[in-house]
Design a protein. Structure first.
Length: 159
């Protein structure tokens, strides 16, 4: 088994992602040892339990600054497949990214801050911002006209 983590993550996001992946390895290894016959959900209760157990010793201010620790502790109550599912944690991690090394890019902002009807670029595709739906924004891809629900706290480049 090999664990990989994106090289562009901040140290805090990298640590969370690494432990997330180690939890997958832990569940897979314990499943083999017990010779389970049923399929285990990738982010099901077994993974959540392993992730919580592995993160527990790290949930201190010696490891994470308080502005990350508090939302991280909330997220760890019932961890989801991605930290993007917890907007407060995502914003705290992004704040740390900017403080560490991220250069300020004036045409880059969160999708939630783009006015409705304005064009923006995400993953080299052009979209027009639509209406907000809880944590996502319905956007139309310009060339195809297809609608997509994109996370409101995704970084986008405005046109």
């Amino acid at each position: 088994m090999q664990i990989t983590v994106n090289a562009d993550l901040s140290p805090f996001a990298c640590l969370i992602t690494y432990v997330h992946e180690v939890a997958h390895a832990d569940v897979e290894t314990s499943g083999r040892l017990q010779r389970r016959r049923r399929r285990v959900a990738p982010h099901g209760i077994e993974w959540q339990t392993a992730f919580q157990r592995l993160m527990q010793p790290l949930l201190t201010e010696a490891v994470f600054p308080f502005h990350i620790l508090k939302p991280l502790q909330d997220y760890m109550q019932k961890p989801a497949a991605t930290t993007y599912a917890h907007p407060e944690l995502m914003m705290a991690l992004r704040k740390a990214d900017r403080q560490i090394a991220e250069p300020i890019v004036t045409d880059r902002r969160l999708l939630r801050d783009v006015p409705e009807g304005q064009a923006f670029v995400l993953n080299k595709k052009t979209f027009v911002r639509g209406t907000m739906r809880r944590t996502r924004v319905v956007c139309k891809e310009v060339p195809s006209g297809k609608s997509y629900a994109i996370l409101a706290h995704a970084w986008v480049e405005t046109k």
